[in-house]
Design a protein around this ligand. Sequence first.
Ligand SMILES: *Cc1c(COP(=O)(O)O)cnc(C)c1O
Length: 392
Amino acid sequence: MSSFAIRDTFIPYNLPDISEEEVTAAADTVRSRWLAKGPRTLQFEKEFAEYVGAKHAVAMNSCTAALHVALLTQNLQPGDEVITTPMTFASSANTIVHAGGVPVFADIDYTTGCIDPAEIEKKITPRTRGIVPVHYSGQVCDLDRIYEIADRHGLFVSEDAAHALCSRYKGRLIGNRLHDTASYSFYATKNLATGDGGMLVTDKDEIAQRARVLSGQGMSQNAWNRYAKGGKWRYDICEFGYKYNMFDLQAALGLTQLHRLEEMQQARLKIAELYQREFAGIDACDPPVVPDYAEHCWHLYVLRIRPELLTIDRDRFIEELNARNVGTSVHFIPVHTMSIYQKTFGLKEGDYPMAEKHFERLISLPLYPSLPLEDAQYVVDAVRDIVETYHR
Ligand SMILES: *Cc1c(COP(=O)(O)O)cnc(C)c1O
């Protein structure tokens, strides 16, 4: 008999790290009566750009909005193809459709879970216009190879950096020296959380300028300030824009979270180190492997199990964790298996074997700054107990 004892309380899969500083910043913003886009949003954009080391940052109400706008600035024509990964949240691909393009999937590198540059090359046609690589889980795509492919074929690169705030490629933060754009998410579960929110980052003046207009209803610039003393009431609509801007209540949370980011990252790192060390010693576990070129920001801890060593599959493994009071998630169900993608683009199961193999094995485990190390150790013990109970 195993000595494992099930705890009384449930360990949630994710919890945003909210301190009294966020509470105060939100309350101050509400008291100031400036709720909409205003000074805090501009300050957040400025500090965010400085933090990642990019020239411009344009704050939006989600990463999905930022991904959409990033593609709109590339003026896709009907039939234009954009290559992305099936191992992502649907918005990376949905926004290609919204921007008038055709999403084309390229399979993943099984080691990192990120899009495989060799697979990108196979999918390039005369209609290919760009690439949307996703820095999956906080792992980093092989950017030198992707940028080289983009340059050789004249493609844009719109990085989905929803998971990658604080990840580094060859020592540089994602966002520093971009090909074109990177889009970040501040959704409640992400490393920096404002509830909902996003940021488009670029070094290119024309992209930043157009992104500001497109995300603000297509209004000529600085319209947000039109109610202030001396503000100009006359504006023009110069594009069919979107209501995608961030507002100050979100930015107040964002600024506070940005100031606490290093501290929050340190806490994530400690948990990730514990998981990496412990899971390396369990034969039915395949802990993440971080390539030499990368620093992982541990947005997600994606553990792969080896079902060939077990009498249960991944779905049952998740149920067993739940029965032991451990919350989990699955990132992601491959996009090419979603019904609308299958119906519209003729995709089917079996098309992307690496993404599917990864999907069948993966479990996202609890990892967030306020997770006590004892609880992380409990998660390890629960996994070990399940492996011992159901070993072949
Ligand atoms: C969360 C997420 C998004 C969407 O972010 P929102 O801010 O919720 O729009 C996009 N891509 C990936 C990979 C994500 O995980």
